[in-house]
Design a protein around this ligand. Structure first.
Ligand SMILES: NC(=O)c1ccc[n+]([C@@H]2O[C@H](COP(=O)([O-])OP(=O)(O)OC[C@H]3O[C@@H](n4cnc5c(N)ncnc54)[C@H](OP(=O)(O)O)[C@@H]3O)[C@@H](O)[C@H]2O)c1
Length: 227
């Protein structure tokens, strides 16, 4: 498959490396490819600069946001919460077309330090705002409630027996993404929370996720729905 990932951070890098390893053609999108390649230091939480990361992942191409998604079979949004709308605007409605957009972003605002606040919540969400701004795109919100390395390796926690959430307006797109997440990374339990307004709860889970990280001392955890 041809996969366009918006975002050069740890999520974009982690997903790109795992998908390229499985033989997919992956292009990562960034605001300014030359500027991104010129960066000498990592932007936390990424551990290495993008240039150093790409040396170890030479098959992954770097392009503008628009070029990364233009001919992609699926696009993945791994941009920062404050930058997501602008990144999608840069990609453009025409290049995005009716693509499935897996949205892993969270509306975290770090401008006042730690802990971050949510830039949108309660009666709206980033997932909804993106879907509203790009109505032809088939947005599926998922992966935003776990740390990057767990996204691509659910087996690293509790032998993969834990729950991933997903939501969106397009039933076919959600079924397709569920299947891909199983095939790509081995996700077994994916709970469909309904239409895109469920992004509110998935994003408002982040303050709890962050406190749990602090309490257990590692980001390698997840929740499991038991009945
Ligand atoms: N870190 C995790 O483990 C984790 C887990 C679950 C969900 N998430 C969510 O996944 C997303 C990505 O997280 P991350 O830690 O990998 O990276 P990040 O540092 O949150 O985001 C990096 C990306 O955002 C882009 N960006 C930043 N400001 C922008 C702006 N004003 N306009 C356009 N693009 C902008 C950057 O573009 P350039 O490439 O041009 O610099 C870069 O590609 C976030 O929404 C985060 O909340 C993260």
């Amino acid at each position: 498959m041809q996969i366009g990932i918006l975002g050069t951070g740890v999520v974009g890098q982690t997903l790109a490396a795992a998908l390229a390893e499985k033989g997919h053609t992956v292009t990562i999108g960034t605001r300014d490819p030359a500027e991104t390649m010129a960066r000498e230091t990592a932007k936390p939480p990424a551990r290495v600069s993008f240039r150093d990361w790409q040396r170890s992942n030479p098959t992954v191409k770097l392009a503008t946001f628009a070029d990364a998604v233009r001919s992609a079979d699926v696009a993945i949004n791994a941009t920062s919460g404050v930058g997501a709308m602008s990144a999608l605007e840069d990609a453009g409605a025409e290049a995005l077309g009716e693509t499935i957009l897996i949205d892993a972003s969270n509306p975290l605002d770090f401008s006042k330090g730690m802990p971050p606040t949510l830039s949108v919540c309660n009666t709206d969400s980033l997932g909804e705002q993106l879907q509203k701004a790009f109505p032809r795109v088939r947005l599926v919100k998922t992966l935003n409630t776990i740390t990057a390395s767990l996204m691509v390796n659910p087996g690293a926690v509790n032998e993969g027996d834990h729950t991933l959430f997903l939501c969106g307006n397009d039933a076919d797109a959600k079924e397709t993404v569920k299947r891909w997440l199983g095939e790509w990374f081995g996700w077994r339990e994916i709970v469909d929370l309904g239409d895109v307004t469920a992004s509110r709860g998935m994003e408002m889970y982040l303050p709890l996720w962050l406190r749990t990280w602090g309490a257990v001392g590692s980001p390698m955890f997840n929740v499991k729905i038991v009945r």
